[in-house]
Write a protein that binds this ligand. Structure first.
Ligand code: MG
Length: 400
């Protein structure tokens, strides 16, 4: 005899994104606004597209916003994600938009989650909890217990009474249901003219039990302008980071060009080395590799390899910047110090900054370069060589 695991049916997500932004005081609907570098709607869709059990995400927008929504999502999501996404025209109310979304879902989608477009900080664990409970109980929503003391207040602002908050929860989204249950509740509301602010209320009105699962305090709804700042601050707090340090020194000799940060500097001596001996580019490259936990420049570009003889070190930096990108990180900022007695480097620092920023594909402002002497002390002070230090901060590119 074999035992069968009952797999949940494929799930779909409907994101009603019909908000006009009237409460927000913006001409642009809030779901199209930028949140720490990525539009709110893109973040919301991405959160669901990262859950493998979700087959299709349907965004329901007013007809006037359809083109803008499509353009925005196409710009930010890759082809695989876009293949699991549809943008449809929603209705005048949330219920109409959910109904329009239901029509877009293929017949084999048995579980449906509905999620507010303006809740971009929804996390995978909450989505999965909600999906699991929807499958198990038939209908489930994410919610958080009320923690503040509740007061019932009269129109003059006077407290009538303190409301017992035990057993009170604040409803969030996602709100999920088996498809047939949501369709039934939706049709009944249509017939009775019931208008609800969430899907759970529709289901409740149709007599369908709804399970509450733990939501998240972070899953805030962006309603007022200050909410965007709060959401951005929450993202920064969660931002995974890595730091790296790089140091390099090369000897000054006759008969070589002096190249620092990709800038050829007029001087009677140049730095000796297998490559172009650009200590500044080397220090930064090593700092990036250090932050990635990938060893050092010598391991990636050995000086025993003739391919790197005389090579422009900015090319090596460009390759390591690509590697950084491939590993899912991006350069937050870099700070470099060049230790050099002579020549004077101040006139060249801006050009170096431009070169390094271009190689790393970041804004020049993300790269700071300082030059110092050692007051004629040590090998750099005696003019025998030049050294450079670099520190970098990498941020996870998923948060871009
Ligand atoms: Mg070197």
């Amino acid at each position: 005899m074999t035992t069968h695991t009952v797999h949940p049916p494929p799930a779909g997500v409907i994101i009603p994104a019909g908000g006009s932004g009237s409460r927000f005081g913006h001409a642009t609907p809030k779901q199209f606004l930028d949140l720490a570098g990525t539009p709110v709607l893109v973040r919301t869709c991405r959160a669901f597209l990262e859950v493998a059990a979700i087959r299709l995400v349907v965004v329901a927008v007013p007809a006037a916003h359809r083109e803008a929504a499509l353009a925005l999502l196409s710009l930010h999501l890759d082809a695989d994600a876009l293949a699991r996404l549809r943008v449809t025209v929603g209705g005048a109310t949330r219920q109409d938009s959910v109904r329009a979304g239901l029509r877009e879902l293929p017949a084999d989608i048995g579980l449906v989650l509905v999620h507010d477009a303006a809740r971009p900080l929804i996390d995978r664990a909450t989505i999965e909890r909600c999906l699991e409970a929807t499958h198990r109980f038939g209908a489930a929503i994410a919610a958080v217990p009320v923690t503040d003391t509740l007061k019932q207040v009269d129109p003059d602002g006077r407290i009538l009474r303190t409301v017992d908050r035990s057993g009170l929860w604040q409803a969030q989204t996602p709100q999920g249901a088996r498809r047939n249950l949501l369709e039934r509740a939706s049709a009944e509301a249509d017939r009775t003219g019931l208008v609800c602010t969430d899907e759970a209320a529709l289901l409740e009105a149709a007599g369908i039990p709804v399970q509450v699962v733990e939501g998240s305090e972070r899953n805030l709804k962006i309603t007022r302008p200050g909410d965007l700042q709060v959401a951005a601050a929450l993202l920064e707090e969660a931002l995974p980071m890595r730091i790296g340090h790089g140091f390099d020194a090369h000897r000054l000799v006759t008969g070589r060009k002096l190249i620092l940060g990709g800038v050829t500097i007029e001087y009677e001596l140049g730095l000796d080395g297998h490559s172009d001996a650009d200590v500044v580019a080397h220090a930064l490259t090593d700092a990036l590799l250090g932050a990635l936990g990938l060893g050092d420049i010598g391991r990636h570009f050995p000086d025993s390899d003739p391919a790197y003889k005389g090579i422009d070190s900015l090319l090596l930096l460009t390759r390591v910047a690509q590697l950084t990108d491939e590993r899912g990180w991006r350069l937050g900022n870099a700070d470099l110090t060049i230790v050099c007695q002579r020549p004077r480097l101040a006139p060249h620092l801006a050009a170096m900054q431009t070169n390094l920023a271009r190689a790393c594909r970041v804004e020049p402002g993300a790269i700071n370069i300082k030059a110092t002497t050692t007051e004629k002390m040590g090998y750099t002070g005696r003019g025998e060589g030049i050294s450079a230090h670099a520190v970098v901060l990498l941020k996870e590119s998923a948060w871009k």
